[in-house]
Design a protein around this ligand. Structure first.
Ligand code: FRU
Length: 480
């Protein structure tokens, strides 16, 4: 009986055309935030919020995957599942650190009573083999939020600075303003609150939401950066059009007061689905990021009927240019490339073209465009023969905007996302298509768009076009 249930479930999940080829996704059920991203004794470990019982029930665990190259992952047993009084309603998001050779997870235990009243506990779990994690016997290490804050107090991110541990944690003031708090500790067990790093309650940010989730606080190219997910930010033109946002402040952190002196809030990704990224510095000194290609409370995906939902982004490397984070796929992504096709100096003059061998539903595509005079040019992805179905990515030289349009992409998800890119008479696009996802890197990481799409399996054509003039393009394509 049980064997049949597993077999049927397996068939249902794995028979779904929208399963991805090279992105992390749950074996069954629901995935959300990446957690605990760390390279430990040369091996990369990544965890993620995992509810295997979705959509029937809720059991929030930490799934665990490992990799030597950030692109091929193997699955280990779930690292954390609710078992204690301080986490009855989920082992919520957190991070991993190397504590003098001891692999340590720091996470939020979430508890709710029958009336929905919440309590939150910051907890640790340790492992000596990187496989089996033992919850600390005196958990929690922080009980509930400090005075003046609500129980929306979660997602600890911990790092070491000048011999002390620091923790950035998402919080909400009693006036319902999102903030990030800073704590310090000598041993990961006893924590002292330092103060607020930044928050919606400062004039400087002019109200930026009622809750800030999933903070990362890190140094990048000499600057301190607070990356977080504010909830409750109003759309503003091309900005903040997703249900919840993800962005960052660049500045300098005063470790004594806990305050960050910062510039403007900058949205990190311009696509439809991007949230709760985890940042980690690896043994090569690279600052890596992996995000959730999903948005909380958006579950209208055609995969739900097949008992699974969501995926993560590919792993990206970050750098800073002019106080802006640039994101590019890690070098290792090239390991996935097969069957290179290349076209140099293709001229597209007020027309639409299709090129031999450039098509598919799982590939990497690199296009370097240049022009003198053209109004609009772009790429039509995942087109069926009649172009009833298509996903558009195009640049308008007058508006100076790059536009991703998924109004005709396929099932369920629609809309348009735009962002400004200066018209410098050249534009580079690198994109990764994977069955039901597309990740786009513009101008070597200046902007990214991460999105899910649900086209038909047979929609595999790619067209290039130019209107109101002529473009020249160099194209490379690899099947993945
Ligand atoms: C963000 C989030 C976190 C929380 C986790 C629970 O998506 O709400 O704040 O820890 O998901 O799964």
């Amino acid at each position: 009986m049980a064997a049949n249930i597993f077999r049927d479930l397996n068939e249902k999940v794995n028979g779904d055309y929208y399963r991805l080829k090279y992105h992390l996704m749950p074996s069954v059920g629901f995935m959300n935030d990446p957690n605990g991203f760390i390279q430990f004794n040369s091996e990369y470990h990544l965890f993620y919020q995992f509810n295997p019982l979705y959509p029937k029930d809720k059991l929030v665990c930490w799934a665990h995957v490992k990799s030597l190259d950030l692109v091929h992952w193997s699955t280990a047993s779930p690292a954390l599942c609710p078992s204690e009084w301080y986490e009855t309603h989920g082992c919520y998001s957190g991070c991993a650190v190397n504590n003098n050779g001891e692999f340590t997870l720091i996470y939020t235990g979430n508890v709710k009573d029958e009336s929905g009243k919440r309590e939150t506990y910051q907890c640790i779990a340790q492992s000596s083999d990187g496989e089996n994690f033992v919850k600390y016997k005196n958990n929690p290490v922080i009980s509930n939020a400090p005075t003046g804050y609500t129980t929306h107090f979660r997602d600890p991110k911990v790092w070491k600075h000048d011999g002390l541990w620091y923790m950035a944690i998402g919080a909400q003031t009693e006036k319902e303003e999102g903030v990030v708090l800073l704590y310090s500790s000598e041993d990961l067990l006893v924590w002292n609150k330092i103060g607020e790093v930044a928050g919606s309650n400062t004039n400087r940010l002019n109200y930026l939401g009622y809750m800030w989730e999933c903070p990362n606080l890190f140094k990048l190219d000499g600057k301190d950066i607070l990356l977080f997910c504010p909830q409750g930010v109003e759309p503003n033109g091309d900005l903040y059009n997703n249900r919840y946002q993800c962005g960052y402040l660049v500045g300098k952190l005063d470790y004594k007061s806990g305050k960050l002196a910062y510039g403007d809030f900058i949205e990190l990704d311009r696509g439809f689905e991007f949230y709760a990224p985890q940042v980690s510095r690896d043994e090569k000194g690279r600052l890596l990021l992996v995000g959730w290609m999903g948005i909380p409370e958006e579950e209208d995906s055609p995969t739900v009927k097949n008992n699974w939902l969501h995926c993560l982004t590919i792993v990206r490397q970050l750098h800073l240019e002019n106080n802006k984070i640039y994101q590019n796929p890690v070098e290792e992504i090239k390991l996935l490339r097969t069957n290179e096709t290349r076209y140099d100096n293709v001229v597209i003059n007020n027309e639409q073209i299709k090129l031999d061998n450039i098509y598919g539903d799982s590939f990497e595509l690199v296009c370097d465009f240049s022009w003198e005079n053209v109004l609009e040019f772009g790429i039509k992805l995942r087109c069926d023969d009649g172009e009833n179905e298509k996903t558009l990515l195009y640049y308008n030289t007058e508006e100076e905007k790059i536009i991703l349009d998924r109004c005709k992409s396929g099932l369920s998800k629609i809309g348009v996302r735009k962002c400004r890119i200066e018209n410098s008479k050249k534009l580079s696009i690198r994109l990764f298509m994977d069955k039901s996802s597309v990740e786009i890197f513009i101008n070597k990481g200046e902007e990214t768009f991460s999105s899910r799409i649900y086209p038909k399996e047979e929609s595999k054509n790619i067209f290039f076009y130019a209107q109101g003039g002529m473009v020249n393009v160099n194209i490379k394509h690899w099947i993945i």
